[in-house]
Design a protein around this ligand. Structure first.
Ligand code: ADP
Ligand code: ZN
Length: 432
């Protein structure tokens, strides 16, 4: 097989031996900041405290709150003069955290990102257009450096501005793009409005990630543009993109285990769940000098996929993210994730690019409304046809989530768009 680097092709033994060596040195290095030294001492883990990979479990978790408490530089493990860049998480779930990188950290990250892209067939002849926001968001520079590392002509287009995206892609024959799932459908719609068939657009591959989306959503993106869309997972706390990525088999995301150790735990107890069971992903970085992070509770829910991947790589795979623990909402006592809604509505051909879940309280109980954009060609249908569709969607949703939401069909482009990650739920219930 054609690998970007040797570690990509390592077998289990080699991966685990390397993980142990790197875990030992990471834990010893992490002691250079007060935060980890105190935490590790309290857990009885001295400088030589790691003897086997199982010892990882003795290390206390690191949470987002810890990172907020240590903001901005409390967790630095090198002198500030060694730091060349910082990034922040998008702040989707609260105040942001800052992650600082040395030059080596940046280089290692670019290599991992290049490995992801190479794995799905991106080569130096490709023209790469990064359609995600730059600035503090890691999906900008993080992916940018990976593409340059591969030798692609790299266009830092940034987020939004579909007209300019389309012009750049046509003028430079962009063959690969990094794009948020919610924006991919919006861009396709823009092309259609211009009287063009998105299938004629030069793209052949898209790296799609940064927010949860369903398999149904991926299929839409792929067929809309007649291209392949590969799931890209990462988080700022673990650098950003380049943590886990789908291979050509599109059957789960390979977690780069030479650079990270992944665990999946029960969010309540913190104990590991059996393989195949959904739990919270916990990540440890093994190659970071600036700000090593141990056993980070990502709040992202997924499961390990059992067995080996058809592609032959030995890095373990995780399933697509079901959602964030923080995304879950409760209506009439039922726990619901936005992706359960998306999975249902995206199977309807009439449904357009966007949807919004509204949670309200009418004084008697909770109400859930799902606003669904309908493609223009269907919106002109007979009232009865639309009512039938509305009913069909509501029924399928009830089968999935066990309560019947009110479904509202709205015109395409009528729901608010965000430049960054899509907002799928608006909770308007009065907080008690
Ligand atoms: P924030 O947590 O503020 O959004 P980041 O910009 O670091 O900060 O985003 C990382 C988060 O984005 C992940 O923890 C995860 O919830 C989400 N995410 C990233 N990639 C994917 C993906 N491919 N599928 C689902 N969710 C993703
Ligand atoms: Zn694979």
């Amino acid at each position: 097989m054609d690998f970007f680097d040797t570690a990509e092709g390592w077998g289990r033994d080699q991966l685990e031996q390397t993980q142990l060596v790197r875990l030992k040195s990471t834990v010893a290095h992490a002691r250079k900041c007060n935060f980890y030294r105190e935490r590790l001492d309290a857990a009885g883990i001295g400088p030589e405290g790691i003897q086997s990979l199982d010892d990882l479990r003795r290390i206390p978790f690191t949470t987002k709150q810890d990172l907020r408490d240590q903001y901005p530089t409390g967790m630095l493990c090198v002198p500030t003069s060694e730091i060349v860049r910082m990034h922040c998480s998008s702040g989707t779930t609260g105040s942001p955290v800052a992650i600082c990188h040395t030059q080596n950290d940046i280089n290692a990250w670019a290599d991992l990102m290049a490995r992801c892209m190479y794995m799905v067939g991106v080569r130096r002849d490709d023209v790469f257009q990064n359609m995600s926001g730059y600035g503090l968001f890691t999906g900008g520079l993080g992916i940018h450096y990976g593409a340059e590392r591969l030798g692609c002509l790299t266009i830092p287009a940034g987020a939004g501005n579909s007209r300019r995206q389309i012009k750049l892609a046509k003028d430079f024959r962009t063959s690969v793009a990094h794009i948020l799932p919610s924006y991919a459908l919006i861009l396709g719609e823009h092309l259609r409005k211009m009287g063009e068939d998105p299938r004629d657009f030069p793209l052949r591959i898209a790296l799609v990630g940064a927010e949860p989306y369903t398999e149904e959503f991926r299929q839409r993106i792929e067929s809309l543009f007649a291209m392949k869309a590969y799931n890209s997972y990462g988080l700022s706390e673990m650098n950003g993109p380049g943590v886990a990525f789908e291979c050509l088999a599109q059957d789960g995301l390979h977690i780069w285990e030479d650079a990270y150790i992944a665990e999946i735990v029960d969010p309540e107890t913190g104990q590991p769940v059996p393989d195949g069971t959904v739990g919270e992903l916990v990540m440890t970085c093994l190659c970071r000098q600036g700000m090593p992070i141990l056993r980070y509770r990502t709040r992202d829910l997924t499961r390990f996929l059992p067995g080996q991947c058809a592609c032959g790589r030995h890095h373990r795979r995780m399933d697509r993210i079901v959602g964030r623990a923080d995304d879950m909402f409760i209506v009439k006592g039922v726990n619901i994730y936005p992706m359960q809604i998306e999975q249902v509505i995206m199977t309807f051909a009439e449904v357009g690019q966007s949807y919004l879940i509204l949670l309200e309280n009418d004084g008697i109980g909770d109400l859930m409304r799902v606003q669904v954009e309908i493609r223009d060609e269907f919106f002109v249908e007979d009232m009865r046809v639309l009512q039938g569709l509305q009913k069909a969607i509501a029924q399928r949703l009830r089968d999935e989530i066990l309560i019947t939401p009110k479904v509202e069909l709205v015109q395409s482009n009528s729901l608010e768009r965000s430049e960054g990650k899509a907002v799928r739920v608006r909770d308007l219930r009065a907080k008690k």
